[in-house]
Design a protein around this ligand. Structure first.
Ligand SMILES: N[C@@H](CCC(=O)N[C@@H](CS)C(=O)NCC(=O)O)C(=O)O
Length: 217
């Protein structure tokens, strides 16, 4: 099989790298992680920007093929290593798969941006990172997240679709931003996010050793 590499930020805090890392682990594919020091603008140096077109992380290299954008990477992995020969990242049923794509897209949308902006991902992995009270705008975004998640979650504490999918990892990441910020996340969602953090593919990313954080954005 052609070698696979996942290009990550050096602090292991990118939600988009997280999702691709979890996807690769869930597919049980051998891969290496190559760190790109965004704080040193390494993404703009060498051939990285040219190979990825956009010069961002994550990027996937599969043999000679380079691909950036986490959603494109996840879709590529699902097609290049499809179920049933490989574990699935998206649910089995057509309508569940469509729903999963809806939720993945929504979780990356403008409606959750205030949460991502005010609950930056380093707060999940670098205890003691400064956290301010949410603005009214971000409180509204969090309330909408709780409302939306409450509509589809959970049939059980384990997964949105009855068996694990990448939606669970991404939803848990979003909820953990608020949990880490000390925000009033409803108990069922808090329990669900806690359970997701124990999944081996996820726990491996969360527990990865991290060098001291340097703010670069
Ligand atoms: N939509 C992209 C977002 C990727 C992204 O925001 N990457 C950030 C790190 S989390 C980055 O590469 N920042 C450095 C830059 O843009 O120069 C995806 O889903 O992959």
């Amino acid at each position: 099989m052609a070698a696979i590499a996942l290009y990550s930020d050096a602090f292991w805090i990118s939600p988009w790298v997280f999702s691709c890392f979890v996807g690769l682990r869930e597919k049980a594919l051998p891969f290496e992680v190559a760190e790109v020091a965004l704080h040193k603008k390494e993404q703009l140096q060498g051939g990285y920007a040219g190979s990825t077109l956009t010069g961002r992380v994550p990027a996937l290299r599969h043999g000679d093929f380079w691909l950036a954008e986490s959603s494109a990477i996840l879709e590529y992995l699902e097609e290049a290593f499809p179920p049933p020969g490989h574990p699935r990242l998206l649910p089995e049923g057509l309508t569940d798969r469509a729903r999963a794509r809806q939720l993945l897209s929504w979780m990356r949308s403008d409606e959750t941006l205030p949460i991502r902006h005010e609950r930056s991902s380093e707060t999940l992995f670098y205890p003691g990172s400064p956290v301010r009270p949410l603005s009214a705008n971000a409180q509204g975004a969090a309330a909408k997240l709780y409302e939306v998640a409450g509509r589809f979650l959970p049939r059980d504490d384990a997964s949105v679709f009855g068996s694990w999918s990448i939606v669970d990892a991404e939803l848990a990441f979003l909820l953990h931003r608020l949990i880490a910020g000390g925000d009033a996340v409803p108990e069922p969602l808090r329990r669900y996010a806690g359970a997701q953090w124990l999944r081996p593919s996820v726990a491996q990313y969360v527990a990865h050793a991290r060098v001291p954080f340097v703010r670069y954005f």
